[in-house]
Design a protein around this ligand. Sequence first.
Ligand code: NAP
Length: 299
Amino acid sequence: MAKALVLGGATGLLGQALSRILAERGWSVETLGRQQGDLLNDAFLAERLDAARPDVVFNTVAWTQVDDAEDHVEEARLVNRCLPASLACLLKTRESVLLMHYSTDFIFGGQHTQPLKENDKPHPQSVYGSTKLEGEEAVRAALPDRSCVLRTAWLFGHGRKNFVETILNACRRRDEINVVHDQVGSPSFADDVALYSIRLAEAWLEKGSESGVPGIWHVANSGEASWCELACEAVHLTSSPCRVIPIASAAWPQKAKRPEYSVLCTDKLAAFLGKQPRPWPQALRAYLFARKAMESGDK
Ligand SMILES: NC(=O)c1ccc[n+]([C@@H]2O[C@H](COP(=O)([O-])OP(=O)(O)OC[C@H]3O[C@@H](n4cnc5c(N)ncnc54)[C@H](OP(=O)(O)O)[C@@H]3O)[C@@H](O)[C@H]2O)c1
C-alpha cells in the first residue's frame, strides 16, 4: 500500500480533499500540521519524515491570506519559501520519496491574454505571489528529479472558507452583491485538483523516473471565468434570488495587487490524463450538489 504524508491534510481546503481522496483510493494517509508541532523547525520535520516513511509527501501548507501577506512579508516567506525549501533538502537523503508541492496562478502577472503555460515567464505582483515563486524555485533547485510543482488556482471545495462559500453566505443575507468582473482565472474544485495530483503521484510510483512526472504542472479545471461569472454561476445553480452586480477592481480596492488574467493552460495535464480536465462549471455543479447533500444530511 502506498503511503502519503499530507502537510496541511487535516485542516486545509486542498489538504482535506487530498487526504480523503487518497484514502478512498487505498493509500495509507498521515497528515501533519501545526497541531503536531512547529513545521518551520527542521529537526521536527526530519523526525516526522523518518517516523512516517512516506512514498509521497504532499505539501499544501502555505500562507494563503493574500492581502495580509503584504503586511507580514517575513512570516509569509517562512511558510511559502523556507518550509518547502527545507522539505526538499530533507528529502534529498530520503531516497525515492516524491515531493508534490503546490503553488499558484498568482506567480503570474502582466498583460497576458492567452492561457499561461508551465514555462511562461513568472511575474508576481504581490508578496504572496513572490514568496510562492521563491518556494517553487527552492523545491526545483534542491530536488529536481523527485519533485513536482503543481500550480493551481481559485479553489472552491469542502471543509474551509472559500470564494464560492463566501458568495453564497452573502446571498443569504443580501438582495444584491458586487463582484469584480475584470480579473479572469481558472476556477477549480479542490477535489478535482486532488484527484489529478494523486494520478500524477500514482504514475510516479508505477514508473518512477520513466513517468515524466517530476517538473511543473498546471493543475486546474478547464475553462476560464471572472470572479463575477463564477459568482453568477454559483448563485444561479443554487436558485438564489440575489442579484450579482459586476464592478471594476478599481471600485473594490485590495491591499495586494492581483493579476488581471491568470488562466492556467491545462494542455500538459490533458496530455497526461488523456483528456482535458473537467470544465469548471461541471465541477462547480458537482461541488454544490455534494454540499447540498451534506447540508440535508446534517439536518
Ligand atoms: N485557495 C486557493 O484559491 C488557491 C489558489 C491557488 C493556489 N493555492 C495553493 O494551494 C495550496 C493549498 O491552498 P489551500 O487553499 O488549501 O490553503 P488553506 O486552506 O489556506 O490551508 C493552508 C494550510 O496551511 C497551514 N498553515 C498555514 N500557515 C502555517 C504554519 N505557519 N505552520 C503550519 N501550517 C500552516 C494551515 O493550517 P491551519 O489550518 O492550522 O491554519 C492549513 O492547513 C497552497 O500552496 C496555495 O498557495 C490555493
